[in-house]
Design a protein around this ligand. Structure first.
Ligand code: NDP
Length: 286
């Protein structure tokens, strides 16, 4: 197919995406607010457009890789008339409701909109480690698929435009809680002179050994009966020790304390014998 892809936004991510499209033989047009950033791209064979409207006019698929929701809307809204019969793929990180809002805006203007969430860093784009989640207009996904597939595994999550972002946010939530665990472990070990680099290596090994257990947790949460497994009371005692140990070393246990108080609530209301993952139910805001 002889489709042309426009990349709006040449930050670290947009640049990597434009380069990968070029390297795989795709015709590319680039636009960036700071025009100087287009130079390496035109030298490598992309065309530069002076405005987003010019970029849209030259392309069939418009990939948007800007900073945030506000910058996307700032540049897409004046473009509604220029985007008719184009496929818009917004790869900018947004919340699920921001994605749905932009999808609703697109629908109001008769535009074809796909929302994407990039599960990769710029250096991973185009490698087997790269994965991008998509949700929204299925036809847009199918039409743009040739270009999307060269960026990484391209997974279609469903018609609700917020789904890609929701999964992105859920996975990043788990990632940052893991990161905060490393930070706390490093703070504890530093009190006896162990460098954080050494603790990071230890944490990497330990988490690797323990990761296969996540599957079991998932199964227990899905059943919602929370029978068997490691109990609330057992886990309360374990986490209580972690909090105490941190404090003994003069280190705060800020990230663990909220979990401990949720387990305390379960125990105080007669649910200390249930599997500890029943804390999942405590998270639902009613
Ligand atoms: P950068 O900070 O490197 O680039 C930001 C880009 O947005 C630049 O092109 C910048 O233009 C542009 N921009 C910012 N504000 C505006 C505005 N108001 N109007 C027009 N353009 C604007 O960020 P990344 O390229 O790393 O990230 C881009 C998106 O990709 C983000 O949503 C990010 O969350 C997402 N992403 C990034 C990942 C990463 O590892 N980097 C991983 C997964 C997702 P200018 O050059 O003129 O400043």
């Amino acid at each position: 197919t002889n489709r042309t892809t426009a990349v709006l936004g040449l930050g670290a991510m947009g640049s990597a995406i434009a380069a990968r499209l070029r390297d795989t033989g795709h015709d590319t047009v680039v636009w960036n607010r700071t025009a100087a950033k287009t130079a390496p791209h035109t030298e490598a064979g992309s065309r530069a457009a002076p405005t987003p409207a010019d970029a849209a006019a030259l392309a069939d698929t418009i990939l948007v890789v800007l900073l945030d929701h506000a910058s996307v809307r700032e540049h897409l809204e004046p473009l509604a008339a220029d985007l008719k019969d184009k496929v818009i793929v917004n790869l900018t990180t947004t919340t699920p409701n921001q994605a749905r809002d932009t999808a609703a805006w697109a629908a109001d203007h008769g535009l074809t909109y796909l929302d994407g969430a990039i599960m990769a860093t710029p250096d991973m784009i185009g490698t087997p480690a790269s994965r991008i989640l998509y949700s929204g207009d299925r036809t847009a996904y199918d039409t743009a698929h040739d270009a999307l597939a060269v960026l990484g595994a391209a997974d279609y999550e469903g018609e609700d435009a917020g789904l890609a972002s929701l999964k992105d946010m859920a996975l990043l939530t788990a990632m940052y809680q893991m990161f905060s665990g490393l930070v706390q472990a490093a703070a504890m070990m530093r009190t006896v002179g162990v460098p954080a680099a050494a603790t990071a290596a230890e944490v990497t090994g330990w988490l690797g050994a323990i990761l296969p257990h996540l599957d079991q947790f998932g199964a227990v949460i899905d059943e919602r009966t929370y029978e068997g497994g490691q109990s609330v009371d057992f886990t309360r005692a374990a986490i209580g020790s972690l909090v105490t140990a941190a404090r003994e070393q003069g280190v705060g246990a800020d990230f663990l304390e909220p979990l401990l108080s949720r387990l305390d609530e379960l125990s105080a209301t007669g649910r200390g014998g249930a599997d500890w993952t029943s804390v999942t139910e405590q998270l639902t805001i009613r």
